[in-house]
Design a protein around this ligand. Structure first.
Ligand code: AN7
Length: 350
C-alpha cells in the first residue's frame, strides 16, 4: 500500500475530523543513520538524520501546509498568503495549486534561494519581492490579513504546527522509542515548538516512555533567542533562517526549558563546514539552514554535551538542491579538460 500522506496516517491525532485531505503524500521521510558522519564529528552516539528534504516540495513545510490548506478549504477560503524566507512560499504555492486556491507570497527581495523561488513561480503564486527582510514581509502579511479576506498560512496558523508535529511521531514509530537528543535549526521557531508538541503527546498517551532534550540552533548573525533581543538586521548565508524576530519565540523557549535543552548558535563558517561534511561523508544533501543542526551537533560534541551511547536525531529541514548557488560557490569548480583520453587520465591522477 502506498503512503497516504500524514493526515490520513495520523488522522486521530490531528484536528481534522473527517475532512478530505489536500495532500501530495507528504511525510514518511527516511530516518537515516549516519555513522560515518558521527565518526567524523567524534560523537560516540547513534546519530540519525530525519531527511525532510524528501517531502513533495523538498522541505518540512509540507507537513504543516497539508493541514493549513486542508483547513483553509474547509473554511471556505479562496486565497492564502504567507511571508517566507523561501520554503514556506514554495510549499504554500504547491498546496494552494493542488486545492485550486489563489496564493500570494511575500519574500525578501534578493534573499531567497533560487530553487525556492522557482517553485513559487512555477506553482502559480503571485510573488511579491519586497525591499526588506523576512520580518518586514511578515508585517506586510499581517497588515493585508487585517484588510482583506485571505487566510494566513504562516505558522501563526495553528494547523501548521499540528501537521509539523507528525515528524516526531514518525521518528518514535521508526526507532520504537524517543531519541535522547533532538537537534534542529531554529528560524521562526515553529518547528522546534511542533516537534516538542509531538514528543509530548506521544509521551502523555503512553506511546513512548521518555522525551528528548530539544537542542535548537540559530545562525550567529540571526540569533535573537540566544541573544535575548530582536535582531534588526539579521544576516546569514543560511537565508532560510535569516529571521530577527521569530513568531514562535516564547513557545520555543518553553520547549527548550521543559525538555531540559538549549537554544544556541553556530557561525556561518561552522554551518558551511557541516553542510559540506554531511554531503561528502554520507551522500545526504541538505540546504545550509539544515546544516545548522549538524554544526550544532558538532558544537555539542566538542563541549562534551552528548552522553556516550545516546540516540541523537538531527532534522535536515530542506533539500540541498533548494540552494544550488551556495553549493557551487562552496566547492572547487569542475576541471575543464579537452575530450582526449590522455588529458583526462592525467587530470584524474590515479
Ligand atoms: C530549511 O520558509 O521560515 O524555526 O519562511 O526553511 O520553524 O522557522 C523557513 C524556515 C529551518 C526554520 N530550515 O524553521 C520560511 C521559513 C529550513 C527552513 C527553518 C526554515 P522554523
Amino acid at each position: 500500500m502506498s503512503w497516504p500522506g500524514l493526515i490520513d496516517y495520523y488522522r486521530e491525532r490531528l484536528p481534522v475530523r473527517d475532512l478530505a485531505a489536500v495532500t501530495l503524500h507528504e511525510g514518511n521521510t527516511p530516518l537515516v543513520e549516519v555513522p560515518r558522519l558521527a565518526a567524523r564529528l567524534g560523537v560516540e552516539a547513534r546519530v540519525y538524520v530525519k531527511y525532510e528534504g524528501l517531502n513533495p516540495t523538498c522541505s518540512f513545510k509540507d507537513r504543516g501546509m497539508t493541514m493549513a490548506i486542508t483547513m483553509a478549504v474547509a473554511e471556505g477560503a479562496s486565497a492564502v498568503i504567507c511571508a517566507s524566507t523561501g520554503n514556506t512560499s514554495a510549499s504554500a504555492a504547491a498546496y494552494a495549486a493542488r486545492a485550486g486556491l489563489a496564493c500570494f507570497v511575500i519574500i525578501p527581495d534578493g534573499n531567497i534561494a533560487l530553487g525556492k523561488l522557482s517553485q513559487a513561480v512555477m506553482h502559480g503564486a503571485k510573488v511579491l519581492a519586497i525591499q526588506g527582510n523576512f520580518d518586514d514581509a511578515y508585517r506586510m502579511v499581517m497588515g493585508v490579513a487585517e484588510r482583506r479576506r485571505v487566510t494566513v498560512v504562516n505558522s501563526i496558523n495553528p494547523y501548521r504546527l499540528q501537521g509539523q508535529k507528525t515528524a516526531s511521531f514518525e521518528i518514535c514509530d521508526t526507532l520504537g522509542r524517543a531519541p535522547d537528543y533532538h537537534v534542529l535549526p531554529v528560524g521562526n521557531a515553529g518547528n522546534i515548538t511542533a516537534y516538542w508538541m509531538g514528543y509530548t503527546e506521544y509521551f502523555e498517551s503512553g506511546v513512548t516512555a521518555s522525551k528528548p532534550r530539544m537542542m535548537g540552533f540559530q545562525a550567529a548573525g540571526a540569533a535573537p533567542i540566544v541573544l535575548g533581543h530582536v535582531v534588526e538586521n539579521p544576516e546569514t548565508i543560511a537565508t532560510a533562517i535569516r529571521i530577527g524576530n521569530p513568531v514562535s519565540w516564547k513557545k520555543a523557549e518553553a520547549a527548550r526549558d521543559e525538555s531540559g535543552g538549549i537554544i544556541d548558535m553556530v557561525t556561518d563558517a561552522e554551518i558551511m563546514e557541516a553542510y559540506k561534511l554531511l554531503a561528502a561523508s554520507e551522500g545526504v544533501f541538505a540546504e545550509p539552514a539544515s546544516a545548522a543542526s549538524i554544526a550544532g551537533l558538532k558544537k555539542l560534541t566538542d563541549a562534551g554535551r552528548i552522553e556516550t551511547g545516546s540516540t541523537v536525531v538531527c532534522t535536515l529541514t530542506g533539500h540541498g538542491l533548494k540552494d544550488p548557488n551556495n553549493a557551487i560557490k562552496s566547492c572547487p569548480e569542475p576541471v575543464r579538460v579537452p575530450a582526449e583520453l590522455d588529458r583526462v587520465l592525467a587530470v584524474m591522477g590515479i
